[in-house]
Design a binder for this molecule. Structure first.
Ligand code: ADP
Length: 189
């Protein structure tokens, strides 16, 4: 089973992904975590990435597709994936579909967490306070930028998968446990 967890920054994808991993034994692929690990490693690529992340922009599609390709190539060894933060553009979605098709696999579910934008800004600012600024892109100004990037570049991924009948919308403003329950129901229990 391959699941895409989709939604704007701060929608709670990471929390819900971790719960799904536990429940279904799927592999959690968080491109944000992968990118932050690269930044932390201090490689030349990491330094380039840090500037992009801090600006709230998207990392170029070719870099992201290559990052995910390695994981998909070993799809056989996993029961499936939870993709958290990928695909974030239409081009990435098409590349993912093609990569999976080559392995005789496909995206099975796209779970979209719907949230209120102003609440998201507050949530991200709260997360920044809680983690003591562990994420240098977690501040109100960058959050607004990430939201507009989401609207313009990422939201078109939804109709792409709607056309395949794979999308389920979940109220991401509900209590965390209620969101988990709604996702479980959307995935068939
Ligand atoms: P959030 O969903 O809270 O914004 P993520 O950890 O998913 O957090 O992403 C953090 C940043 O990493 C994004 O703002 C973007 O710069 C970069 N990023 C993550 N995934 C992708 C992707 N698939 N394509 C391009 N950039 C990405």
């Amino acid at each position: 089973m391959n699941i895409i967890l989709f939604g704007p920054p701060g929608a709670g994808k990471g929390t819900q992904a971790a719960r799904l991993v536990e429940k279904h034994g799927l592999r959690h692929l968080s491109t944000g975590d992968m990118l932050r690990a690269e930044v932390a490693a201090g490689s030349p690529l990491g330094m380039r990435l840090k500037a992009i992340l801090d600006a709230g922009d998207l990392v170029p599609d070719d870099v992201m597709v290559e990052m995910i390709a390695g994981c998909v190539a070993h799809a056989e060894s996993a029961r499936g994936f939870i993709l958290d933060g990928f695909p974030r553009t239409l081009a990435q979605a098409r590349a993912l579909d093609a990569m999976l098709a080559e392995k005789g696999r496909a995206v099975d579910h796209v779970v979209v967490l719907d949230v209120d934008e102003e609440a998201i800004i507050a949530r991200i600012a709260g997360r920044a306070a809680q983690t003591g600024g562990a994420r240098s892109d977690d501040n109100a100004a960058t959050a607004r930028k990430r939201l507009s990037v989401y609207r313009e570049q990422s939201a078109p991924v939804i109709p792409h998968y709607e056309a395949q009948g794979l999308v389920r919308h979940i109220d991401g403003m509900a209590e965390m446990d209620a969101v988990t329950a709604a996702i479980a129901a959307a995935l068939g229990g």
